[in-house]
Design a protein around this ligand. Structure first.
Ligand code: ATP
Ligand code: MG
Length: 353
């Protein structure tokens, strides 16, 4: 009898569950963020016992654990305090006052129609619902700087003056926009800043080590591989997302070799892959025309809708469309079409690669 082809294959892979390295995975501990977690919890605690709490402005560069830490603390806060409700709203998805309020309403269990209500009506409905049900609301505004792009930050004025108990946790990469807020609003929100600095190599190492038992088979990812990934990501910006991505790519490189263990060479291949991606983007960027460059510069802070880009750059719609097509051809931007939230038709979200 001929041998079975499957028996002859090498025992497969280094991963136990590679999804433990994916951006969607929510870790149950956050090494290096103990201080920030404690400070956020301390700011919020009075709110549980009916007192006024400071609102918090969480800021820091990409991949420094802002979203994860806020979600972690607020999950625990909900469990700790019965009357506390948490509405987590991402302002890239909900960037008008109306949309933020409607999403918050939905999250506390109030059904509001998607269309046909004015902002004032949604706000009144939400506040009444909070009052009637004796709710204390923590409103998390992730990517909150987005609200300032179209002057939707008036939401914060309303919240600061609201007679019902609402506390805000705003999260942003760029805290300077908040300086534009009226000083009265700032003081009545008593917006307490909470800094999330870049991770050190040691912190990145702990973050990666914690994922090993879930992500890799026992012994498949040795300490030296972890150390190399941590050092690389510390050098390129202290971003945990990069550290996790390079570790995952290292595992993939080992698998391609049919190996059962990640070696330093696998990590070096992963780092080169990561660099090459950046380098090829940089090369393609250098080849962009002047008009295209200004679009790329405008996208530096984050994705934008084509309508907003058109106003910001003050160009004709046709010109913008032509540039965007060229940029998409050069794979320097991606363009996603999505259904308009506040009207018929489609809108286009443009993102730098
Ligand atoms: N201290 C940590 N421990 C474990 N994992 C972490 C830690 N910090 C960040 N991560 C992981 O790194 C990734 C990025 O974290 P997160 O989304 O919280 O960053 P962020 O600061 O919100 O970034 P951005 O500014 O880009 O929104 C996630 O996959 C998260 O699980
Ligand atoms: Mg985030």
């Amino acid at each position: 009898m001929s041998s079975n082809v499957f028996d002859e294959m090498p025992a497969s892979g280094v991963f136990r569950d590679e999804s433990a390295l994916s951006p969607e995975f929510l870790p149950d501990v956050l090494p290096g963020r103990e201080k920030q977690i404690e400070q956020l919890a301390m700011a919020l605690r009075p709110f549980a016992s009916g007192r006024k709490a400071s609102s918090v402005l969480i800021f820091g560069p990409p991949g420094t654990g802002k979203t994860s830490s806020a979600k972690y603390v607020l999950q625990q806060f909900k469990e700790y305090a019965q009357r506390v409700h948490v509405a987590y709203v991402n302002c890239w998805q909900h960037y008008t006052q109306q949309s933020v309020l409607a999403e918050a309403a939905r999250l506390v269990g109030l059904v509001v129609p998607r269309r046909g209500l004015a902002t004032d009506e949604v706000r009144t409905d939400l506040l009444q619902f909070i009052q009637k049900n004796d709710i204390r609301l923590v409103l998390v505004l992730d990517e909150a700087d987005r609200l300032f792009h179209k002057k939707e930050e008036a939401l914060l004025y309303d919240v600061s003056r609201s007679p019902v108990p609402i506390v805000v946790v705003a999260i942003t990469n760029t805290p300077d926009v908040f300086e534009k807020l009226d000083s009265r609003v700032r003081s009545s929100l008593s917006l307490q800043p909470l800094d999330f600095p870049r991770y050190s190599p040691l912190e990145l190492k702990s973050i990666l080590r914690d994922r090993l038992p879930k992500a890799f088979k026992m012994g498949a990812c040795p300490e030296e591989a972890v150390a190399l990934c941590a050092a690389y990501s510390a050098k390129t910006g202290g971003d945990a997302r990069v550290a996790l991505d390079v570790l995952w790519k290292s595992g993939k490189a080992a698998e391609r070799r049919g190996a059962l263990k990640v070696t330093p060479d696998d990590v070096r291949a992963a780092m080169a892959e990561h660099d090459a991606l950046n380098a090829s983007v940089k090369k393609r960027m250098a080849g962009a025309l002047e008009g295209e460059q200004s679009i790329l510069a405008a996208l530096e802070a984050g994705p934008k809708y084509s309508g907003d880009l058109q106003k910001e750059l003050d160009v004709a719609e046709r010109t913008l469309r032509r540039y965007l097509e060229q940029l998409a051809d050069k794979r320097l931007v991606t363009i996603e079409e999505e259904q308009n939230v506040d009207g018929p038709g489609k809108r286009r979200l443009v993102r730098k690669v």
